[in-house]
Design a protein around this ligand. Structure first.
Ligand SMILES: [Zn+2]
Length: 222
């Protein structure tokens, strides 16, 4: 796609709002939100003023690994490193059995994502507390987020956030994500000191880091 084309909005939504805003979503689509009476020339000028940023963002989103599940035909999903065949059913809840996961055919994506969030809420605090007990970390709370581009974060007051996607990683990688954020309770940046502390807890953390880099396409499906 030429740079000119990248500046053409995929969708313009007019609504009761005060200013123009642009969003580049995970598919690389450019969505413009504008006030009701906003003229096309105003939108064009706004886009022009952000051209470099838009082109950069759209290109990087298009090159990302995100390939959403279509919930048609034979598809798979990985949870805690295990692979499940997705089977659509007319029930109202998600159920995972050996090698298969049953997902309501009515809004499968929503049900599956909620299922991942619930699994996170169950599993992640237990992993966090395990490392706290063993290594003396302290934190203020845990939130499971809908973040799609970052695995987790740690706030200034040591509240931990984890993306619902974390639960799709193998257990050792999930542990790395947990230890990474817990280490931020002690060191807020990614300095040498930070990595040294991560290594004290997980001597092989580089293997898990590499897994995250190499296997993004397994996770970027929902
Ligand atoms: Zn970090």
């Amino acid at each position: 796609m030429s740079n000119e084309k990248l500046l053409v909005p995929t969708k313009i939504v007019h609504s009761k709002r005060r200013s123009i805003t642009i969003i580049i979503d995970r598919n690389g689509d450019l969505v413009v939100r504008a006030p009701l009476k906003c003229r096309q020339t105003e939108i064009d000028d706004f886009i022009k003023s952000k051209a470099d940023w838009i082109i950069k963002k759209r290109l990087s989103a298009m090159n990302s690994t995100f390939k959403p599940l279509k919930f048609k035909g034979k598809e798979k999903i990985t949870i805690l490193g295990m692979t499940f065949d997705i089977i659509l059913t007319d029930t109202k809840r998600v159920k995972a059995v050996e090698g298969e996961i049953y997902v309501p055919q009515n809004e499968p994506e929503l049900y599956l994502r909620n299922y991942l969030v619930r699994l996170c809420k169950y599993k992640i605090p237990r992993r966090v507390d395990k490392f706290c007990e063993k290594f003396g970390f302290k934190y203020n709370g845990i939130t499971i987020t809908s973040a799609t581009t970052r695995w987790g974060s740690c706030s200034f007051n040591n509240h931990l956030n984890f993306s619902y996607k974390s639960i799709m990683c193998p257990p050792d990688v999930l542990d790395y994500l947990v230890v990474h954020e817990l280490t931020h309770t002690k060191v807020k940046n990614h300095s040498a000191k930070f990595w040294q502390k991560v290594e004290e807890v997980l001597p092989n953390y580089k293997t898990q880091e590499k897994w995250l880099k190499d296997n993004r396409s397994l996770i970027d499906v929902i």
